[in-house]
Design a protein around this ligand. Structure first.
Ligand code: SF4
Length: 349
């Protein structure tokens, strides 16, 4: 994380009052967006995605935008910041939370991204659904101050749900929103939010799929390992995605190989394949599906075959393994490498 940028000068473009809200997908950010929008502000709600949060929206952006429009009357945009987010994780100024979650730096980064969108869209201020004291790490007053300062968004950052507990910002001072119609929520209770949702006619609550994977102990540990073992120049969001699902392996030749543990994961793993990857299945018996992202070492194919057969209960002596660009397009059949269980376990990522 670099030093704090200059505070953004309060933009005053001509025309209607526009704002950018950060839409995490949870109830608070929906409420914050609606509170400002219902005051006549033209709000664009930006939903950032990375391999660690929001990744289920990738590839179905139109559907998600339609969902926010129809369910909540919100104009949303999905913005993929995966590549740049890897730098945030590598060296967070404020460190990590309980697992590998750099919450304060994450918020600073996302606000900086939002500032760029604000300039591009001719918007005047930013909106978040943060509530003072709601989360232990990132929503303490000092953390919220740090987020405001280091994003450069201090005076243009409106938190409508807790605004009455926070200093006045440009949006209130300039009359772009009426402070009397903002809120003073504080602490961990959810009751005020539920009451506000009812008041705004929001009855269907979003269920964020999976939340943030960096807060998951097992997945966070995998990501930490990824950062410890892969040099910065070789880090890729698509490789991280393979590490975050099923059973991931790093083969001795440097290839990534991930196996689904059940049918649902097989489908997820299959969708992660990109051009150049190989879909791997036992030739014959049903069993797990894997994706091999080859490094160029030809021996990794036989190693991947050995790994797959280790987790294929219906495989017998002589079972071979098919590789190809699609499930129904096997291009070659390979004998497994000779390696024992301990050897395979050593490749586990
Ligand atoms: S939980 Fe995840 S998405 Fe949320 S602030 Fe922390 S790192 Fe960012």
């Amino acid at each position: 994380m670099t030093d704090a940028p200059e505070d953004v000068r309060t933009p005053t473009p001509d025309g209607p009052v526009r704002a950018i809200s950060l839409l995490s997908g949870g109830l608070d950010s929906i409420l914050a967006t609606r509170v400002v929008q219902d005051q006549g502000v033209d709000v664009l709600a930006v939903h950032f995605i990375t391999p660690f949060f929001g990744d289920d929206k990738r590839g179905r952006e139109d559907e998600v935008v339609a969902y926010y429009r129809d369910a909540f009357g919100i104009r949303a945009r999905i913005v993929d910041v995966s590549e740049a987010y890897l730098d945030v994780l590598a060296e967070p100024r404020y460190g990590y939370g309980k697992n590998f979650n750099p919450c304060i730096d994450c918020k600073i980064f996302l606000l900086r991204q939002a500032v760029e969108i604000l300039h591009a869209e001719g918007a005047r201020f930013l909106v978040t659904g943060e509530v003072l004291g709601q989360r232990p790490m990132s929503q303490r007053r000092d953390a919220m101050n740090a987020v405001a300062k280091h994003s450069g968004a201090r005076d243009i950052l409106l938190r409508p749900l807790s605004a009455l507990n926070l200093p006045i910002t440009a949006a209130e001072r300039n009359g772009w929103v009426d402070r009397n119609r903002l809120y003073g929520f504080q602490g961990r209770t959810r009751k005020p939010q539920l009451a506000l949702a009812e008041k705004l006619g929001i009855t269907e609550f979003p269920t964020p799929a999976g939340g943030c994977r960096l807060t998951d102990p097992a997945l966070g540990a995998r990501v930490r390992r990824y950062f410890e073992t892969v040099p910065p120049a070789d880090r890729r969001p698509d490789d991280v995605r393979l590490v975050l699902v099923g059973r991931p392996f790093r083969l001795p030749g440097g290839s990534w190989f991930t196996l689904g543990r059940n049918q649902a994961e097989n489908r997820v793993v299959e969708r992660l394949a990109r051009p150049g990857d190989e879909i791997v299945r036992a030739a014959g018996p049903p069993g797990p599906l894997g994706v091999l992202r080859p490094s160029g070492d030809p021996d990794d194919r036989a190693r991947a075959a050995a790994v797959l057969l280790r987790y294929c209960p219906r495989a017998g002596p002589g079972t071979r393994v098919a590789f190809g660009p699609g499930v129904d397009r096997p291009e070659r059949v390979v004998d497994p490498a000779e390696v024992d269980r301990a050897g395979i376990d050593a490749w586990r990522f």
